[in-house]
Design a protein around this ligand. Structure first.
Ligand SMILES: Nc1nc2c(ncn2[C@@H]2O[C@H](COP(=O)(O)OP(=O)(O)OP(=O)(O)O)[C@@H](O)[C@H]2O)c(=O)[nH]1
Ligand SMILES: [Mg+2]
Length: 244
């Protein structure tokens, strides 16, 4: 993470404009205030890019749009909103400059590389469902004058909240230490979505995991539901964007 931050700091300094990529399901939680402070201190233009819009309700987004300015909604996956994003970027581009660098920063797994590919119109930056995929910087040309710079995802330096990191998919479902506790939190916040996805009705989080285990046939010795594996299965679908 330390070396990732070093790259992000350099990119903020070298860029003319910064795109902060946020996950539309966790707009506030994926805002990296440390990055935003640095961008402000450098006097650079920040544009909020709220990605993965295909996974949320449109109304909720409209409300958010009024708060974060300037912000653009996109779905990199569906190539939605990319022309508006490009137009917004070009508004802030200094026409007299020969080469303009747009730094693309944010939490792991918010879709930085995917947004770059969507703007470029083809796969140029490597993408993965597991956070921490991009390890270095990469420059991608989008017009004769404008270049995008991909960076590794970072969270605020002192942040150690694994539940949050699992929910925003910056730590992989296979690697989390307490999948059950994390799914309990997910259940509290998104019970209906979970029940609909697994097509079950449940009493509480414990009951939910038991029902998922039996539905997916995840059983331990003695035919007991294996709730640890059930929790990882739920997290896997969540992290892979299968729930909406
Ligand atoms: N549903 C949905 N999934 C998306 C969208 N954009 C990206 N993803 C998925 O999110 C995951 C992460 O995408 P990346 O582009 O690798 O994210 P990143 O921010 O570059 O990640 P790191 O380099 O690991 O920090 C991949 O599985 C993408 O397919 C989107 O608009 N909608
Ligand atoms: Mg990446």
């Amino acid at each position: 993470m330390r070396s990732f931050w070093k790259i992000v700091n350099e990119v903020i300094k070298e860029s003319d404009i910064i795109l902060e990529i946020l996950d539309s399901r966790f707009i506030e939680q994926t805002r990296n205030k440390e990055i935003e402070d640095k961008v402000r201190a450098e006097n650079k233009q920040l544009i909020y890019v709220i990605n993965k819009c295909d996974l949320v309700d449109k109304e909720l987004l409209e409300r958010k749009k009024k708060i974060l300015k300037p912000s653009v909604f996109v779905s990199a996956m569906r190539h939605q909103g990319t022309s508006i994003l490009l137009r917004t970027i070009l508004q802030f581009v200094d026409k007299k400059k020969e080469r303009v660098i747009i730094g693309v920063v944010g939490y792991p797994n918010t879709g930085k590389s995917s947004v770059i590919n969507a703007l470029k119109g083809r796969a140029s930056a490597s993408v993965s469902p597991i956070g921490g995929h991009t390890k270095g910087r990469q420059l991608v040309k989008i017009t004769k004058q404008v270049y995008l710079m991909d960076t590794p995802g970072v969270y605020p330096y002192m942040e150690k909240d694994q539940t949050k990191h699992a929910l925003i998919s910056s730590v992989d479902f296979n690697k989390v230490k307490d999948p059950i506790g994390i799914v309990y939190k997910l259940y509290d916040a998104f019970r209906e979505i979970l029940e609909e996805h697994f097509k079950i009705k449940t009493e509480d989080a414990e009951d939910f995991l038991e029902k998922v285990a039996s539905k997916l046939n995840l059983l331990k010795k003695g035919n007991q539901p294996d709730i640890d594996r059930a929790a990882r299965a739920v997290l896997k679908d969540w992290q892979h964007g299968k729930l909406k």
